[in-house]
Ligand binder design. Structure first.
Ligand SMILES: *Cc1c(COP(=O)(O)O)cnc(C)c1O
Length: 366
């Protein structure tokens, strides 16, 4: 059996010294020594000024929206993991879906302005599969209309453009360190921001709103990362470059074998400016040209014990808590609907055997 992904784990014996240290410290959470070291190490690795780590990415999203005091309506994408829009609903904010570009599946900046109303306070785009959004265009529009800009960068750990982390754009960016992501701390997440003051505010919010022993500045939440996760993250950082290099190798084999097939489209990110993380390997199957539907290919792979995943199908806008929104119609989101019908993410993780990758390819080719 092969799954779409498998979490990357460093050698277990290398983790025991960290655990011994935690047992010695008897400091398990609340900005402990590993938490502090991990934040410093992440700033350095990612090349970002300030980061606050969280117990998971969804809590980071929820807290980011609180930190920026977002309310009313937020313009976002239907083509993402459901947590993107859920973070809005949990904050009593109305998501306004706009269509994505037909190639990468990222929010199309050309659709933003028409969706802005007097209630709009922010834009929440996603760098889908780790491919950078058109952040220049999006930023121009956000500035022009005085909107906050929050990037869901859950897929984008380590992604750079011209050597600059993609997490440096917008007011804040959110990362996820969930087991299924490129970089994991079992569960985990982070908010990247630009000022010391904002980091302080976010740090307070993730700890119930405590500024100090007796002062509570807001109705905060408990979203702190614990010492075991932080220590594990420090160890994971030693292996991340190696893990991404292995992913690249797999992506190259898929690309070589699948790029010439009629009816199968790959996302070819050939911009030399982009440092990729190869987080996913999506293919898009046109039933008309390929002769089989995406779902047929999905089922065939399954019969061979290969569990590819339809990221992202169904669209967020088709889930019951969103489908009644005026922006959730199929007419409003034509490109997103096509992508959701055609996409299949193939198995992609550092420890996959190359023979297994060959097997996936040969089943698709039959
Ligand atoms: C994984 C993911 C999240 C949620 O992160 P968790 O750490 O699992 O809570 C949010 N947005 C996107 C796009 C994701 O892929």
């Amino acid at each position: 059996m092969i799954n779409v992904t498998q979490p990357y784990l460093p050698p277990l014996d290398e983790f025991t010294p960290y655990l011994e240290q935690i047992w010695k410290n008897k400091w398990l959470t609340n900005n402990g020594p590993f938490h502090q070291q991990f934040e410093a190490a992440l700033c350095e690795y990612l090349g970002v000024p300030y980061i606050s780590v969280f117990s998971n990415g969804t809590l980071a999203l929820l807290t980011a929206l609180q930190a920026l005091e977002i309310q009313g309506e937020v313009i976002t994408t239907p083509y993402s993991f459901v947590a993107t829009a859920h973070s809005l609903l949990w904050n009593n904010i109305t998501p306004v879906f706009i269509d994505v570009d037909p190639i990468f599946g990222n929010l199309n900046p050309l659709n933003i302005e028409a969706a802005i109303t007097y209630k709009t306070t922010a834009i929440l785009p996603v760098h889908v599969y780790g491919n950078p959004c058109n952040h220049k265009q999006i930023e121009i529009i956000a500035k022009k209309h005085h909107l906050k800009l929050i990037y869901d960068a859950a897929h984008s750990f380590g992604v750079k453009e011209n050597g600059v982390s993609i997490c440096n754009y917008g007011d804040v960016s959110i990362l996820s360190f969930h087991a299924t992501k490129v970089f994991n701390t079992f569960e985990g997440g982070a908010i990247v921001c630009h000022t010391k003051e904002m980091k302080q505010h976010i740090d307070d919010l993730k700890n119930f709103g405590f500024r100090n022993e007796t002062t509570v500045i807001a109705a905060g939440i408990n979203a702190k990362m614990n010492e075991v996760q932080a220590a594990f993250g420090l160890l994971q950082l030693k292996y991340i470059d190696q893990a991404i290099a292995k992913r690249k190798h797999i992506a190259e084999l898929y690309t070589k074998e699948l790029s010439e097939i009629k009816g199968i489209r790959l996302i070819i990110q050939n911009s030399k400016r982009i440092t990729q993380n190869y987080s996913y390997f999506p293919i898009f199957i046109s039933e008309q040209e390929f002769g089989k539907s995406r779902d047929q290919v999905y089922e065939e792979l399954k019969q061979h014990g290969i569990y590819a995943r339809r990221y992202f199908y169904p669209l967020i806008s088709d889930f019951p808590m969103y489908s009644q929104l005026p922006s959730a119609t199929k007419e409003n989101l034509p490109n997103a609907h096509v992508l959701a019908q055609e996409v299949l993410c193939l198995p992609m993780y550092p420890d996959i055997d190359m023979n297994e990758v060959e097997r996936v390819i040969s089943i698709i080719k039959i």
